[in-house]
Design a protein around this ligand. Structure first.
Ligand code: AMP
Ligand code: GLY
Length: 421
């Protein structure tokens, strides 16, 4: 099969790495990719949010299967356009991806189906939003109602922060009369990510993971796209998982079907767990990054069969062969991330890493320049390792981190702390 993967993160590098190991994959093309992906796949530098460019590439390269990694092409309708042209695609329709794209859409589905989630209200003017916050008190959570790469959420512990987030939102140049802010009750607990493959008819749970959203050790500082992850997530016990399927996933899929938009792809539920009860924080219409890197290490080549079965509505015949092990991923990011970063710094030490099926270095924001690998984004590398225990996986991942010689980068030193303590 000729396979095309869309995306340029470490998530897509890990997907490409797993897919490539499956004998069904005869040719792998990734757009736009990065310097690490270029070592294992052909690269095309098209704009993956432009439907015409993607369809043209898939046609020219005689692609049999397209895997969409990030949310932006889903929001641009790339999945729909490819399917209209007869391509087999992994990635939900734009309408089904509203579960991620629009926080207010997702909340409406929750209300309709009585799905456990934070109480909320939505506003399109500053005065009413501020009034609501004063009435509800802090802590409170302010969310822009659209895609924001994990950075559109403010968890406000005091009124000044809450009001500033609202002012920034309503005064921003992106704001117009259609954009809304969602204000939510603050939920306490431990967060976990749960992945489910949905083929429009059947579902197949695809594992659990925990991410580290805050930039600093001890979960301090602003939210990021994710600074590290591990899989499985011990907090998500079998019992909680069963309840999540019954109380959250199934009602959501039922409602999507009823709305004429059956969900086909991976559904990623961000959960808050407290006292053995899970509530929904958010949905994503794609794999998590960096959770995907840990999942792919544990799944390997079978991933391609699972994604194909999802896209052809054949999940009923599928079973996942889980290795009884753990994987942990440490993200290295450019100094300044999630704020302003400088591009172009040289990353040394990569050639000293011993790469294997239990130690991988997945690239995100990297490019090749005069023979060097240089950083060109916020999150840059995902050092991911497997181990019989999480402690082993962690020390193996940090062994790799130590080999990287990159002064302009940083990483968290405590990935896995909740599960390991
Ligand atoms: P979201 O983009 O909705 O996942 O939000 C990003 C992060 O903000 C989540 O992973 C949580 O860490 C935090 N967060 C979002 N909503 C809430 C909430 N209602 N209560 C507590 N924390 C939240
Ligand atoms: N790791 C969080 C996300 O992918 O949204």
């Amino acid at each position: 099969m000729n396979i095309l993967i869309l995306g340029n993160g470490a998530r897509e590098h890990s997907l490409a790495w797993a897919v490539k190991q499956n004998p069904k994959c005869s040719r792998l093309l990734v757009a736009p990719g990065n310097a690490g992906i270029a070592d294992i796949a052909d690269i095309s530098t098209i704009n993956i949010e432009n439907c015409d460019e993607v369809v043209k590439l898939a046609t020219q390269e005689k692609i049999d299967f397209v895997i969409i990694g990030p949310e932006a092409p889903l929001a641009a309708g790339v999945s729909d356009e490819l399917k209209n042209k007869g391509f087999l695609v992994f990635g939900p329709s734009k309408a089904a991806a509203q579960l991620e794209i629009s926080k207010s859409f997702m909340k409406d589905v929750c209300t309709k189906m009585n799905i456990p989630t934070a109480k909320y209200s939505k506003f399109n003017d500053l005065v009413s939003a501020k009034k609501y916050v004063s009435k509800e008190g802090v802590p409170i959570v302010i969310k822009a109602d659209g895609l924001a790469a994990g950075k559109g959420v403010t968890v406000a512990m005091d009124l000044t922060t809450a009001n500033k987030a609202l002012e920034d939102f309503f005064n921003s140049s992106n704001h117009n009369s259609d954009t809304k802010v969602v204000i939510e009750e603050f939920m306490e607990g431990e967060e976990a990510s749960f992945f489910v493959l949905c083929d429009g008819l059947k579902i197949l749970p695809m594992g659990t993971a925990q991410d580290h959203k805050r930039v600093g050790d001890g979960d301090t500082g602003p939210n990021t796209g994710g600074m590290g992850a591990y899989s499985p997530a011990p907090v998500l016990t079998k019992k909680i998982e069963e309840n999540v399927i019954k109380e959250i996933i199934e009602p959501t899929l039922q409602e999507m079907k009823k709305r004429g938009e059956p969900y086909q792809g991976v559904l990623y539920a961000g959960l808050m767990i407290k006292d053995q009860q899970a509530r929904l924080v958010e949905y994503n219409a794609r794999f998590g990054d960096p959770e995907c890197q840990a999942l792919m290490m544990r799944l390997g080549a079978q991933v391609l069969d699972l994604l194909l079965a999802t896209s052809t509505s054949n999940l009923e015949e599928c079973k996942i062969n889980w290795a009884d092990d753990h994987a942990l991923c440490v993200v290295m990011a450019s100094n300044g991330y999630p704020g302003k970063i400088k591009k172009g710094s040289i990353i040394d030490g990569l050639q000293k890493l011993t790469i294997s099926s239990s130690q991988m270095c997945f690239h995100a924001g990297t490019e090749k320049e005069s023979g060097n690998i240089v950083a060109n984004g916020g999150r840059v590398l995902s050092l991911t390792a497997r181990g019989e225990t999480l402690t082993e996986a962690r020390s193996s991942a940090y062994d790799m981190v130590k080999i990287i010689d990159w002064e302009e980068g940083f990483y968290r030193t405590d990935i896995g702390w909740k599960a390991i303590i």
